[in-house]
Design a binder for this molecule. Structure first.
Ligand code: ATP
Ligand code: ZN
Length: 286
């Protein structure tokens, strides 16, 4: 009778990606750091996926606490009710994978003090350069996205934006690389471009719809794109949409707007153009 060999190492299935030639060096994931801003329906699931993929460091940001009303989403459990989302997330994630270095930031990134703390936490204190490989925006409002946009433009840090529609049946992800692709201010959402105050859209007592399915899809698209970007395999989506009603996945490139209102974006665009014109770049590209 032959003894059954049970592989208990959680990393061996991930390392198979390397043996199959999909990813040249999967183990590099251990050296990567990701900031997840907003640990709600999309962010918590994205954080769990990165944890299970063996990321090196995860920095989590959220100002909210877990409520029983959040149970229609994935990840959080009733016993988390009342805890801060970041602490509840770290507690669960650490049980799943204790090898990840977790940082929990229970804070509002849009206040003056919060924005300062947010940007400092993303920087190496000695060099001032970014200490993360990617920032994932999983927030649900324009103001917070604009703060992430500003922090990332100033550090020239690539980030990925995500969103789920108010009716819960569509969503999108978008990669923002300062200078080479659109920033969040380059193409403002229609409500902002039309001068409508976002707060007036949120009617008292009328809550937005949410589906764990759509949020799970968007989190999966986001982390898949994050892995492709960090481990250098496949095509990194610039913009990928998801419409559940029509099973439609539009994909496009959103170009930087030379007339963007954001000065840091315009400066990054200029530096990017100069880099493309440099003899070093042309020689490397040839
Ligand atoms: P709902 O509003 O429907 O109850 P939610 O607040 O959990 O849901 P999600 O879309 O699931 O919203 O997640 C967005 C997350 O982003 C929330 O956890 C929210 O607390 C967080 N968030 C939004 N703005 C900020 C901010 N300025 N600073 C920190 N976290 C933020
Ligand atoms: Zn811009």
């Amino acid at each position: 009778m032959s003894a059954e060999v049970i592989d208990t190492n959680p990393y061996s299935r991930l390392m198979a990606l390397q043996r199959m030639g999909i990813v040249s060096e999967y183990k590099k994931i251990r050296e990567k750091s990701v900031a997840v801003v907003g640990v709600g329906g999309v962010g918590s699931v994205a954080a769990e996926m990165l944890t299970r993929c063996g990321i090196g460091r995860l920095q989590l940001y959220d100002f909210d606490t877990v409520e029983l009303a959040n149970m229609n989403r994935l990840f959080f459990r009733p016993e988390h009710a009342g805890m801060t989302k970041t602490d509840a997330a770290v507690r669960t994630l650490r049980d799943i994978n204790p090898d990840v270095d977790y940082e929990s930031y229970h804070m509002n990134i849009t206040t003056v003090e919060g924005f300062h703390r947010f940007t400092e936490s993303l920087k190496d204190p000695h060099t001032g350069a970014s200490r993360v490989d990617l920032v994932l925006a999983c927030v649900d409002n324009y103001e917070a996205r604009m703060c992430i946009n500003q922090a990332c433009l100033e550090m020239r840090q690539t980030w990925m934006e995500s969103g789920v529609s108010e009716d819960a049946v569509s969503g999108h992800i978008q990669t923002m690389t300062p200078g080479s692709s659109a920033c969040f201010a380059c193409v403002p959402p229609l409500v902002v471009a039309s001068g409508i105050d976002e707060k007036t859209l949120k009617r008292e007592g009328v809550c937005a719809a949410s589906l764990p399915t759509t949020m799970g899809m968007v989190a999966g698209m986001l982390v898949q794109n994050a892995l492709k970007h960090m481990l250098n395999f496949g095509d990194v989506a610039k913009y990928l949409g998801y419409s559940a009603l029509k099973d439609y996945f539009p994909s496009m490139h959103v170009h930087a707007n030379p007339e963007c209102d954001n000065g840091a974006c315009v400066r990054a665009q200029k530096d990017h153009r100069e880099m493309l014109e440099s003899p070093e770049w042309k020689a490397a590209d040839a």
